[in-house]
Design a protein around this ligand. Structure first.
Ligand code: SUG
Length: 446
């Protein structure tokens, strides 16, 4: 008989791109975000691209769910800073105070669910429950708005709180800056067996940064704290420092320079302060079984090209047909990145296939395929308790497509951020999406 408790899958939970997706250049250290500042965005195309990616993943036989966007512009957040009775008045006051403050309230950044939480599956935790620690996203002002709604949406996705613990974010302090699963890799011989977690940090003290150009977002104390809250035993945790060179080249999260799945680690040779070989040896020792490690060297793929193409921000997925790399379209068009992929495919590891996806609107804000999803390894029993209304089916995809085409704007420019009728339209669209997904709608701020 099948052992249901141990038969595990990995659920992919994507954030649906919100109707306010725009290019305000808010993320210092994220090169694509800065380069796109002031350009006209297309929220409709962005959401449809994201939905197509989800459908591609589901079509590979992988469990796929989604979370709706958070209400944006975040009027309640702005009111606490600048007051204002109506939406129009609040937007105007925010703009007068600071156009950056106004832009922060409009960001669609919750779509990058790799930053929603750090995930510790029940196979790896002391109490055999699934733990999620919601990220505080303390480093980027516009992302500090996210955690309350993220926690709420995760409880909607995983309503059975007897088997799941969703922890609130760490206190908002630089010493505890936490960016969630974008800085976490889990290795195991299969999703169902106990794993070892690599928790990647950028700085080991709130006041000392080894980078010279861009901020190191994740602190070691935060990584240690989320592992402790998640009841991860010390033998299952490796705390590894991201190399300052990678951060200064624009790798603001580990998932821009490394990705892992089951017993396969793909990494750039400049990703960490230790070499890939040392990391792979440490992982094999901790796991008690060998892992495969494929690298891209600086000579074949300079950090700048790795970051431009987002090769390591591919989704590395276990499918019934073998392991598949779902890579950004930008990799196919890069001779250097595609040569690395060809070499990896021929290396005789579990990696069998590459598929390309176009998520150009998200990429223009520094969010590739892997940024758009949170991975949650689940037993079959836990999977059966996931909110079925949030899992992607062909019918749900069609209804979302229709909704997006009807309700999402096709352009947003920086000057539109003062437009109260556009704000109202976007808030109503978000409310409509919650209704469509049959989860309680957020309060519309009048
Ligand atoms: O935090 N971009 C996000 C991209 C997050 C990508 N996530 C992972 N690597 N997992 C960020 O920098 C841009 C918003 C703007 O510029 O308007 C932004 O927030």
């Amino acid at each position: 008989m099948m052992d249901l408790q141990n038969t595990a899958i990995e659920l992919q939970v994507d954030g649906l791109v919100g109707p306010t997706h725009n290019f305000s250049g808010l993320s210092f250290g994220n090169i694509a975000s800065s380069a796109s500042a002031g350009k006209t965005s297309n929220p409709r195309a962005a959401a449809l691209e994201g939905l197509e990616k989800m459908a591609l993943v589901a079509g590979l036989g992988v469990a796929q769910a989604l979370l709706p966007p958070h209400p944006r512009p975040a009027i309640g957040f702005l009111r606490k800073i600048c007051g204002g009775k109506t939406i129009a008045e609040t937007l105007e006051r925010a703009h007068t105070l600071s156009p950056t403050l106004l832009a922060a309230a409009w960001s669609s950044s919750p779509m990058w669910t790799a930053n929603a939480a750090t995930v510790f599956p029940s196979s790896d935790t002391a109490d055999h429950r699934l733990h999620l620690v919601v990220a505080n996203l303390h480093t980027q002002f516009h992302r500090t708005i996210e955690s309350t709604d993220t926690a709420w949406l995760l409880t909607q996705l995983l309503p059975d709180q007897t088997q799941v613990q969703i922890h609130p974010p760490l206190s908002a302090h630089a010493a505890l800056s936490d960016e969630g699963a974008a800085n976490q890799m889990r290795l195991s011989s299969s999703h169902g067996t106990a794993g070892v977690h690599v928790l990647v940090y950028g700085r080991d003290d709130a006041h000392v940064s080894t980078t010279t150009k861009y901020p190191a977002r994740q602190s070691l104390l935060a990584s240690r704290s989320v592992a402790a809250l998640g009841q991860l035993s010390t033998q299952r945790a490796l705390f590894v420092q991201q190399s300052p060179a990678a951060i200064d080249a624009g790798a603001f999260h580990n998932d821009v320079v490394a990705v892992a799945n089951e017993n396969l680690l793909l990494t750039h040779d400049q990703a960490f302060t230790i070499s890939p070989k040392i990391l792979a040896d440490q992982l094999s020792n901790a796991l008690g079984s060998p892992i495969h490690c494929l690298t891209a060297t600086t000579a074949e793929l300079p950090l700048a090209e790795a970051i431009r193409t987002y090769l390591f921000n591919s989704q590395l997925l276990t499918t019934p047909g073998g392991m598949v790399l779902v890579a950004p379209e930008e990799c196919r068009n890069s001779p250097q990145a595609s040569a690395v992929i060809d070499r990896w495919l021929a290396a005789g590891t579990p990696l069998k296939e590459v598929r390309y996806v176009a998520v150009r609107q998200s990429m223009s804000n520094g969010g590739g395929p892997a940024c758009l999803r949170l991975r949650i390894p689940l037993t079959t029993v836990e999977l059966a308790r996931v909110n079925a209304g949030l899992t992607l089916t062909p019918d749900l995809k069609a209804r979302l497509q229709f909704f997006i085409n009807q309700n999402y704007p096709e352009t947003i420019t920086t000057t539109d951020l003062r437009d109260s009728s556009l704000a109202r339209r976007c808030l109503e669209a978000t409310e409509g999406l919650h209704r469509l997904l049959q989860i309680p709608a957020p309060q519309l701020e009048a």
